[in-house]
Design a protein. Structure first.
Length: 230
């Protein structure tokens, strides 16, 4: 009879598990390879338009840079949890949705350049200094659609589908992030709306690709399962 600790080691080192995890990581890497085209285009594009409307009268509140920056941690955790826990069907939808959304967004950035000019910020507190860094040291193009919005929205959509009990939490996070882009003068209302639109487009493309229903009554089971011990 195989000792319990050896059985655990066999399971942990199963080639099937490693291969599955490796493929998932490669798909996530592909998503971010497309999305990170945002960086050079944001720095190098010229011309275009400032998508500002008369109703874009939001004051700058530097403290809102906190949820704006916390998005990066949220995305990291959201993608990692998906890699290790989503079932196969939902993960394929997740990948297709992000690839469609990011690809469409990059195409929009290049075809219809949009920008937000840097704001003049007064004060030397921590929040103002951090916000000043974003305004003065990062590219000002690729405003519409907002990357902060469409990445966060897709995570909110899929996690609402995956864990419907916490749907209000995911939507609340999306609302907070949306306001953070406006109160930091990083984006305008049209950028937020366009981000939601391309995220919705990608989301439904992902569901359509795998035939995944828009609603489910219970969380999906884990994707990465252990093979039976011999």
């Amino acid at each position: 009879m195989t000792p319990p600790n050896k059985k655990a080691n066999k399971r942990a080192l199963s080639p099937n598990i490693i291969t599955t995890l490796g493929k998932r990581i490669l798909w996530i890497a592909l998503i971010w390879a497309v999305q990170l085209l945002y960086l050079p285009t944001s720095e190098l594009l010229r011309g275009g338009m400032e998508p500002k409307l008369p109703i874009d009268i939001f004051p700058i509140w530097p403290v809102w840079v906190v949820p704006y920056v916390m998005c990066y941690l949220l995305w990291t955790v959201g993608f990692a949890w998906a890699v290790f826990n989503m079932n196969e069907r939902m993960f394929r939808s997740f990948v297709v949705a992000f690839l469609v959304t990011c690809s469409v967004s990059i195409a929009i950035f290049v075809t219809f350049p949009t920008y937000v000019p840097p704001a003049v910020l007064h004060g030397d507190d921590l929040f103002t200094r951090l916000l000043r860094f974003f305004h003065e040291s990062t590219g000002r193009y690729d405003a519409l659609p907002s990357g902060h919005i469409y990445v966060t929205a897709l995570l909110a959509f899929f996690y609402s589908l995956w864990y419907p009990r916490y749907k209000s939490l995911w939507i609340s996070i999306l609302v907070i992030v949306s306001f953070s882009t406006l109160f930091t003068a990083q984006h305008y209302i049209l950028d937020v709306l366009a981000g939601l639109l391309v995220a919705a487009l990608g989301y439904y493309a992902g569901l359509k690709w795998t035939g995944l229903p828009r609603l489910q009554t219970q969380p999906a089971k884990d994707k990465i399962t252990l093979p039976p011990s011999s």
